[in-house]
Design a protein around this ligand. Structure first.
Ligand SMILES: Nc1ncnc2c1ncn2[C@@H]1O[C@H](COP(=O)(O)OP(=O)(O)OP(=O)(O)O)[C@@H](O)[C@H]1O
Length: 311
């Protein structure tokens, strides 16, 4: 568990981060969102002490990070940035093996781990391990950046706009890969993003920053249904909030035995997908199917509307 306590940082007269406290449960994903210049990156960098706070502290499993040398802390906490920061004259294998090497692992163990994390990030070692960063696409570089950050199995992964530079299709792919990696590793993740949709998709909790302060920290559905103030409401975008809410809700609990015609949707769909299918095909009921494609029941439009309302 990470406890951020009363962190403060000024640059000259400007308070970039102003008395911020935040608790990150072990194995959770927390997204920091907010406008440009609201202090998100500065807050993230104070967690691994790339930026030294003026006040406050960070406890990692109960121990103040002040008692850990900065270099050691950076090895314990994976760090991914938008332009991935790969060493240009090193191969992908050497880039990914950086921290295990610093930690003094044996060569064979490093090689095995590099192969393992590359596969986890859907990078075939036989194709990519010997390449240099300039021989990779943006999405591949980004995945190498994530692979490098998780190579030494850190307890904590800090990510600063990790997918900001990717186009929407590759970005969705990278988000899925990150979810798989998180499921496999159970790492505690703190990520900065400009994209509320990305935060909704990935995070267990969203911390909204404005002018150096956290104005709300809540589960995605609470952020949508109970925004703390006008600033949070504006960030969600009023016209999109109903769809965003439905995108967080699983369809399965609304399945009934009523028969329905037309193409079925998988039972693990979200209610946003169900509503989209209803609108697109002009139906007010859609059949739902299990993993084998067998129809198991249907969902009614009126139930979707009811479920999507804020409680
Ligand atoms: N090293 C620095 N020296 C002076 N000012 C800085 C420094 N780093 C950040 N700042 C200022 O602190 C404020 C917060 O910056 P920060 O990068 O944390 O914001 P951010 O929310 O991550 O912004 P963005 O979304 O644009 O990346 C900004 O006004 C920025 O100009």
């Amino acid at each position: 568990m990470i406890e951020i306590r009363n962190l403060t940082k000024s640059f000259g007269d400007m308070r970039a981060v102003d008395d911020v406290s935040l608790t990150l449960e072990r194995g959770s994903i927390t997204a920091i969102v907010g406008t440009s210049g609201s202090g998100k990156s500065t807050l993230l960098r104070m967690v691994n002490r790339l930026v030294e706070p003026d006040g406050g502290e960070v406890l990692l499993n109960g121990q103040s990070t002040r008692s850990v040398p900065q270099a050691a802390l950076c090895r314990q906490m994976g760090y991914v940035i938008q332009d991935h920061g790969l060493f240009p004259h090193w191969t992908v294998r050497r880039n990914i093996g950086t921290v295990p090497q610093l930690l003094g692992w044996q060569r064979a163990r490093i090689d095995a781990r590099v192969d393992e994390v590359m596969r986890l990030l859907q990078l075939d070692p036989s194709i990519f391990a010997g390449r240099y960063p300039h021989e990779l696409s943006g999405g591949q570089s980004q995945r190498v950046g994530v692979a490098r950050a998780i190579a030494a199995a850190p307890d904590v992964l800090l990510m600063d706009e990790p997918f900001g530079a990717l186009d929407p299709v590759i970005r969705a792919d990278a988000q899925q890969v990150l979810r798989d990696v998180h499921r496999a590793s159970g790492t505690t993740i703190l990520m900065v993003t400009h994209d509320m949709g990305e935060a909704m998709l990935l995070a267990d909790r969203i911390a909204v920053m404005d002018a150096g302060r956290i104005v709300q920290c809540d589960a995605p559905d609470r952020i949508i249904t109970h925004p703390a103030n006008a600033f949070v409401r504006a960030l969600i975008t009023e016209s999109e909030r109903a769809f965003r809410h439905l995108a967080l809700l699983p369809a399965a609990p609304l399945i009934t035995d009523m028969p329905a015609a037309g193409e079925a949707l998988p039972r693990n769909s979200t209610l946003a997908a169900v509503l989209a299918a209803m609108i697109w095909s002009g139906r007010s009921q859609v059949p739902m199917a299990d993993d084998t494609g067998q129809v198991i029941g249907s969902i009614e439009l009126s139930d979707v509307i009811q479920a999507g309302r804020p409680t």
